[in-house]
Design a protein around this ligand. Structure first.
Ligand code: SF4
Length: 615
């Protein structure tokens, strides 16, 4: 096996409890790099068309990349790959912590889970020894408790755990990694729950092989030095992602009261300075990361005093804070901790709760629907009650909201879809595109639905004098290029926050694996991955008009802040979407052309897309 990879895939059938090892295909590894890319390739090839994401046929994968677990900074990252129950499309959900590095040390590039266990179980992996163990004692229990229970029972194992929300198949339930990191988006927790799999606990102590260890370590040190000298790293270390709260609010694009406004009048009570002053105790880091951006916090006053957590992150402050009209960082931290314990994605849940409050305010949802809960902006205790109900699907409305805003709005009807802020079924994150138009195109074209990580244009749109943030001009090309680059980067897989250049990524990849990537071929691999996922999504039912945005962004302007009066123009959006398709060499319906598929060496999939005749 070439370096960087273990060369081994662990296949687990939860129906029969059969286990077999397969070899990693080197040619595929060269074409798709690792975590995101290889996972996408395997999912495409193995998953029957139109599989119900919550059926036992769906596949759940934990994947690593050729740099996972190595000496390079931020290499503790891994990825969960599956078909999303929330969007019905491809899902990759990335996570930090130490689990992925340990998985590689246990000898596995990829773990593939199929089928469904008859009873609740967890899987213990110790290098190549695999055990299926009874999880009935912790079924129904919250995430941290289960993580601690596993460590008490098995020593310092690394864990991936679902909470009650995952067991109850809440469509935006997450997988908690090592007690406090999360594979948050798209509902991978529900897929794990549908398999009656409560947790994976693993330990490994093999050495990760590197093609040229001497030069690789030298290069890692060089990269470390560049990270240490990067101007933004000390800011990220001191404040973490909450650094962005003040800036995004001041610029008028912080989601406020379900995206009705982009400026939150109490933003200063949620920003990084307030957070540092009031709740942060210390910092922390994922495996091998000098950036150390975690905030370890505890609530020191008020009714939630004593609650501790790692967080909240920017996205949680935006979606569970300003988006719900919550006025103190302590209350946001409390809601964050409830989501972590129940195992739900805070971005999607924030979108769902904002949707529910606005629907209640407009008398579409009634007191009867809410069963005694006096829902409203900033009503933290009432919101916390609804969070619990959603996680447990314990009322009729809770059951509907547990489906996410797209399905919930279809079920509720009465015109409530105008309050449902999502793209392709995935609630959108903490940057309102009316304050940075490029984010509109980035959300619309993201491969997993409303996501900011595929092309985060905010910093450039706010700072680059060449870019007008209130225009789509020049955005299509930038977004296409960032998406391709991120697809490669998320296949290595390193942390989104690591300031590592494309050139350094390529050097590290070559030294780890013995390959001969150039920057061009590395970015081409990203484009290949992006196109493969597009074909997968078309196969699974993505429609030509699927790259769209919520109506709210085109019709309703803010009344406050610097983005006041701005709305997206439907014509301009359509024009930039067409421009984006042209840069991608896709047809007017957003389907990769024959030429593009051939150019990317994806001929195998050409037949499929022709047969399907996607119109
Ligand atoms: S930058 Fe933060 S999230 Fe990324 S690897 Fe380091 S500690 Fe983890």
């Amino acid at each position: 096996m070439i370096g960087g990879y273990t060369g081994k895939i662990l296949n687990i059938d939860l129906n029969s409890k059969n286990i077999y090892h397969s070899r990693l295909d080197i040619e595929s590894a060269k074409k798709f790099i690792g975590a995101k890319g290889l996972g996408a390739k395997l999912l495409f090839d193995m998953l029957p068309i139109k599989t119900d994401p919550l059926s036992e046929e769906n596949i759940l994968m934990f994947t690593t990349g050729p740099l996972t677990g190595t000496s390079v900074q931020t290499s503790g990252r891994g990825t969960v790959i599956t078909k999303s129950p929330q969007t019905g499309l491809f899902l990759d959900s990335h996570f930090g912590g130490i689990f992925a590095a340990e998985m590689k040390k246990a000898g596995w590039d990829i773990i593939i889970l199929k089928g469904k266990s008859k009873n609740p179980i967890y899987i213990k992996i110790n290098n190549d020894k695999i055990e299926f163990l009874d999880a009935s004692a912790v079924w129904g229990k919250e995430c941290k408790l289960v993580h601690n229970w596993l460590q008490k029972k098995h020593g310092r194992v690394k864990t991936a755990v679902i909470g009650p929300a995952g067991e109850n198949l809440v469509k935006f339930s997450s997988i908690t990694i090592d007690g406090h990191r999360h594979a948050g988006r798209g509902g991978s927790g529900a897929v794990m729950g549908s398999k009656n799999l409560k947790a994976i606990a693993l330990a490994g102590n093999n050495k990760i092989s590197i093609y040229n260890p001497k030069e690789f370590n030298q290069k890692s040190k060089e990269v470390l030095k560049k990270i240490q000298e990067n101007d933004f790293v000390p800011i990220r270390r001191k404040f973490g992602t909450p650094f962005w709260v003040k800036l995004v609010n001041d610029e008028g694009l912080l989601p406020t009261r379900n995206y009705q406004e982009g400026y939150f009048e109490n933003g200063n009570k949620l920003n990084a300075a307030t957070m540092q002053r009031n709740i942060v105790d210390s910092s922390g880091a994922c495996y091998n990361c000098v950036i150390a951006c975690w905030n370890k916090s505890s609530i020191k006053k008020g009714i939630f005093k004593g609650v501790s957590l790692v967080g909240p992150e920017y996205e949680t402050i935006a979606l569970m804070g300003s988006n719900l009209g919550i006025n103190t960082i302590e209350e946001v931290a409390y809601l964050n901790e409830r989501c972590n314990e129940l195992g739900m994605d805070t971005i999607s849940l924030g979108g769902v709760l904002g949707f529910a409050i606005e629907a209640y305010e407009n008398k579409i949802l009634t007191k009867d629907d809410l069963q005694e809960i006096e829902l409203g902006w900033g009503k933290t205790k009432e919101i916390a009650k609804l969070i619990d109900i959603i996680a447990k699907r314990s009322t009729k409305l809770g059951n509907i909201l547990a489906e996410g805003v797209q399905i919930a709005s279809n079920k509720i009807g009465k015109g409530v879809e105008k309050y449902a802020v999502h793209v392709k079924g995935l609630e959108i994150p903490g940057y309102d595109p009316r304050g940075a138009f490029g984010m509109g195109l980035a959300y619309a074209t993201s491969d997993r639905g409303g996501c900011h990580q595929r092309a985060w244009t905010v910093k450039a749109e706010l700072n680059d004098p060449e870019l007008d943030r209130f225009s789509f001009e020049k955005k299509a090309k930038i977004i296409k290029e960032i998406q391709d680059e991120r697809a490669s980067f998320f296949s290595l897989v390193l942390c989104d926050f690591a300031p590592i250049s494309e050139e350094d990524c390529v050097d590290l990849l070559n030294l780890a694996t013995g390959s001969n990537y150039t920057v061009e071929s590395y970015l081409k691999a990203g484009e290949r991955i992006w196109n493969l996922i597009r074909i997968f999504n078309l196969r699974e039912g993505l429609k030509p008009n699927g790259d769209k945005l919520p109506t709210r962004f085109f019709t309703k302007s803010f009344t406050k802040g610097p983005a006041k009066t701005k709305v997206l123009s439907k014509d301009e959006f359509k024009k930039s979407l067409n421009e984006y398709y042209k840069y991608r060499k896709w047809d007017v319906n957003g389907k990769p052309t024959r030429e593009k598929i051939k150019e990317l060496d994806l001929d195998k999939y050409l037949k499929l897309i022709d047969i399907k005749k996607i119109k």
